[in-house]
Design a protein around this ligand. Structure first.
Ligand SMILES: Cc1cc2nc3c(=O)[nH]c(=O)nc-3n(C[C@H](O)[C@H](O)[C@H](O)COP(=O)(O)OP(=O)(O)OC[C@H]3O[C@@H](n4cnc5c(N)ncnc54)[C@H](O)[C@@H]3O)c2cc1C
Length: 452
């Protein structure tokens, strides 16, 4: 539990520094808007990103501006909240200061909500060939890679290489992997179906690889089985119980077998940002900082950790999942708890997570929803998923644009954002050509490695 309540409000307002304007940090800053506290929200980006719809940017359904909103605009009416653009690179808890790009900023209360990033399970070299999906840059890069694979296949004369270019692999069968695989299938089999002359995009092979015995681990088995059938109907091949053993520029090795594939997307693992190191406290294997029932860091004065960065537990001691709804509720909770503690000198009640259910979309008209005893699948689940995501988007403009885009895609079967950025197009084209040169011999070597 955080001990003291910080300096009195007499001379200068108590300064709360929040690092990270994701779901947790933003809801906290909004909750503290209009209070007598002085709030500084620091983020290395000038926008809040709605990560649950990133895969739609990566698969050309939405464009990047539709899922991001400038932080200043969201908070402009709260005069007690300042926004600083900068990257935090260290913390001195003794002096109560953080370092932002080398500059020092003093705090009375510090809240860290810097989220998580990809983890390649000890294989950082795979990142080059299998980008993960966490930022807008990642989404743009994946979109370019996916669209370029079709463009290069159209030009390719060697049937084996064409097949490799038209094989798309998603590693990780959680909700993000399922959404990504379903969306690539939608792109290939509907949106691009009639746009090429030398290739048939509907023949593209989409693989979803999962190390566990089944996909959608957090969902009940019957919903996961439903998702498998729906994905298979879309043309996705699901490989379960097979951890990926290698990834390189030619393809992947899974279950001892080399699979040539030009596009691999990583949706398998995350690790928390390095705040544990900055605070000099222990973390779990995923880099998360263990917090107490009020989300404070035990042993540190007035330091709190929220969202994906926190290892918070429910009433039964079970770790809470890394979900937007957890982060959001923690931000809301801490806004009230800090006011109680700092302004009224009260001890707040512990944080309690109220699950709003698990949702995963599979494709057009297909989703699964699990909430307590309620299980939905198919069109009704898809409708709930769509309404929930539009409702949760920040900014009226984004809600309107996303709703219109989805309506347009639904009616026309077209994806509205199939632009390949010029620099990425040149890069992928060059990489693909040089890799083609790298060869058959390298493929052979990988196959040999897999066999031995
Ligand atoms: C592709 C994808 C799909 C998802 N789908 C769902 C879903 O459908 N439902 C769901 O509930 N959850 C989903 N999630 C999980 C959800 O997005 C996260 O749980 C949630 O974003 C965590 O919120 P957060 O505030 O902890 O971190 P984040 O939202 O990641 O925000 C962290 C913020 O900190 C900033 N930051 C990081 N490091 C620094 C630094 N050193 N200095 C300054 N700023 C920094 C970042 O720029 C960012 O703005 C998804 C995640 C991904 C990646």
């Amino acid at each position: 539990m955080a001990g003291s309540t910080g300096p009195s409000l007499g001379e200068r307002p108590h300064h709360v520094v929040v690092v990270g304007a994701g779901f947790a940090g933003l809801s906290l800053a909004q909750g503290l808007g209009g209070t007598p506290l002085r709030i500084t929200l620091v983020d290395r980006r000038n926008y809040h990103l709605f990560q649950p719809l990133l895969y739609q940017v990566a698969t050309a359904v939405l464009s990047q501006g539709e899922i991001a909103e400038p932080i200043r605009r969201i908070l402009r009416r709260h005069k007690n909240v300042s926004v600083l653009l900068g990257e935090v690179d260290g913390i001195d808890t003794g002096r109560q200061e953080i370092s932002i790009d080398g500059e020092r900023l003093a705090y009375d209360t510090l809240v860290l909500a810097t989220g998580a990033t990809h983890s390649y399970f000890g294989h950082p070299e795979w990142e080059r060939f299998a980008p993960g999906l966490k930022t807008l840059d990642d989404a743009r890069r994946i979109r370019a890679k996916v669209l370029m694979a079709f463009e290069l296949a159209e030009l390719e004369e060697d049937p084996a290489e064409r097949e490799r270019l038209l094989t798309f692999t998603v590693i990780g069968g959680g909700p993000t992997g399922v959404e990504m695989a379903g969306a690539i299938a939608g792109l290939a089999k509907q949106a691009l179906a009639r746009d090429f002359r030398n290739i048939d995009p509907t023949k593209a092979r989409i693989l979803l690889v999962e190390a566990a015995p089944r996909i959608l681990g957090p969902f009940p088995e019957d919903l996961a089985t439903y998702a498998v059938r729906a994905l298979e109907r879309l043309g996705v091949t699901i490989l379960t119980d097979r951890p990926v053993e290698n990834i390189d520029e030619r393809g992947i090795v899974v279950g001892g077998e080399f699979v040539p594939t030009a596009t691999v997307v990583w949706a398998a693992g995350v690790t928390a940002s390095p705040a544990g190191k900055w605070l000099d406290v222990g973390t779990d294997k995923a880099g998360r900082v263990e917090v107490g029932p009020d989300l404070s860091v035990p042993g540190l004065e007035n330091v709190y950790v929220l969202g994906d960065l926190a290892l918070a537990r429910d009433e039964n001691g079970k770790p809470l999942p890394g979900l937007a709804q957890v982060a959001h509720q923690q931000g809301d909770y801490l806004a009230k708890a800090l006011q109680a503690r700092i302004l009224r000198g009260e001890t707040p009640k512990p944080f309690r997570f109220r699950s709003r259910g698990n949702l995963a979309v599979i494709g057009r008209n297909e989703a699964v929803v699990h909430w307590d005893t309620v299980k939905l699948k198919g069109f009704s689940a898809w409708l709930v998923w769509g309404i929930a995501h539009v409702y949760l988007l920040v900014g009226f403009q984004n809600r309107l644009l996303v709703s219109l885009r989805w309506l347009w895609s639904y009616i026309t079967h077209q994806f509205g954002s199939r632009i390949i950025d010029e620099d990425l197009s040149r890069r992928h084209s060059h990489e693909a050509r040089t890799e083609v040169f790298i060869d058959a011999a390298h493929g052979e070597e990988l196959r040999d490695r897999a066999r031995s």
